[in-house]
Design a protein around this ligand. Sequence first.
Ligand code: AMP
Length: 219
Amino acid sequence: MHLILLGPPGGGKGTQAKRLQDEYGLVQLSTGDMLRAAVASGSEIGKQAKAVMEAGKLVSDDIVIGIIADRIKQPDAKKGFILDGFPRTVAQAEALDKMLTERKLKIDAAIEVRVPDTMIVERITGRFTCAKCGAGYHDKFQRPKADGVCDACGGREFVRRADDNAATVQSRLDAYHAQTAPILPFYDKKGVLKVVDGTLPIEEVTKRLRDIVEGSAVS
Ligand code: AMP
C-alpha cells in the first residue's frame, strides 16, 4: 500500500501518518522530518535547507527528490509507505511517478486532509513534541494527560519547531497554495484523489482515513 497525505502545513498530516503507520504496518516518510534531521546533523543538505525552511519556503526539488529516491530504496519501505509532506510541487509529483513506475509500484490513494487557512495559525503555533519519542501534542487540542509529562514515554522535555511561529506560517501557507495545491488535479486525473475534512476531531479524521485505506486495499 502506497499512500500520500496532502494538505496544508499544520493540517494534521504528520499526526495521522503516525497513526496509520502503526495500524497498517506502513512506514511514514516525512521529507520535513528528514530535512530537520539533516539540519540537526549539519550535513551539506542540512546547511542548504536551513535558511529556506526557517523562511517557510520550499527546499529545491532536486534536494527533496534525491532524499526520497534514496529513502524508498531502503528495505523497510518495501512493506509500503505513507508520504507526508512530499510531493509538494508538480515537478516532485512527476518525479515520484517516474520512480514508482520504474519499480512497478503505484499510489493507491492521495488523500487531501482539508483545513481552511483560518484554522492553521492556531494549530501550528500551539504544537510541540516530546524530545525523547517524538509524540505530538498541542497547547489547546491535545495536551499531555499529566502536565509536562509525555503520555507515550514519560519524557519531560518538549520541543517546538523553529518554523512553527506566526511569522513563518503565512509563507508556508502561500507556498502551499502556489506550489502544492496545484498537484491535487494531478492525482484527481489518476482517479486516486480523496478528500477528508481535517477540521474534525483527530479520532474522526483517523476513522475516515481508515475507511479510505481499507477501501483502496480491496479495490
Ligand atoms: P513539514 O514538516 O512537512 O511542514 O516541512 C517543513 C519544511 O521543510 C517546509 O516548510 C519546507 O521548507 C521543507 N520541506 C519539507 N518537505 C518538502 C518538500 N517536499 N519540498 C520542498 N520543501 C520541503
